[in-house]
Every structure is written in C-alpha cells, then in structure tokens.
Ligand binder design. Structure first.
Ligand SMILES: [Zn+2]
Length: 91
C-alpha cells in the first residue's frame, strides 16, 4: 500500500509538471496494477522522440535521491541505446 501511494504520488507530480502525451497516459494506465513500477516519460536523444519508461521504484529512489542528480538517464526500450532517455527530476 505504501509503495502504491509512492508510485501514485510520483506519477501525479510528473503529470503536473509536464505536458503529457496520450501515449503516456495509456502507458500509465496499463501499469496501474504494477505498484513496483513507476510510469515515466522521457525524451530519447537517439530516436528524437518522447518515450515511455517503466522504472522500478528502487531504481527511481536510488538514482534520484541517493545519487542526488537532477535527471536520470535510462536505456531506450525502442532503439536500445544506453542512457539515451533523459527523465527530468521531479521534486
Ligand atoms: Zn530511442
């Protein structure tokens, strides 16, 4: 339950800070039951397009809070380029 609240809270802040696409909303809806996964939208520098990424909450916490970076970079699920997707920091 706590995880689910954290997921919703991160996704909601993400929603309020970005102009989200319909694809992201559908992606988020599909992940609604997976409380360990956080639905995020980033920008792939290789594809030159916005991409949806499901990040495990532990990765999210580790990368943003412990590493204290203002963005995270993840591998693009479409073009498979490492660290190609940039997701901005939320809090
Ligand atoms: Zn890509």
């Amino acid at each position: 339950m706590m995880l689910y609240r954290m997921k919703l809270s991160i996704e909601r802040s993400f929603e309020s800070m970005h102009d989200l696409t319909k694809e992201y909303e559908e992606f988020r809806f599909r992940l609604r039951g997976k409380y360990q996964k956080i639905a995020l939208e980033g920008y792939c520098r290789t594809c030159d397009l916005r991409r949806n990424v499901a990040l495990h909450y532990l990765n999210y916490v580790k990368r943003f809070i412990l590493v204290a970076k203002n963005e995270i970079r993840v591998k693009c699920p479409i073009c498979k380029t490492k660290d190609s997707i940039i997701i901005p920091y939320l809090f």
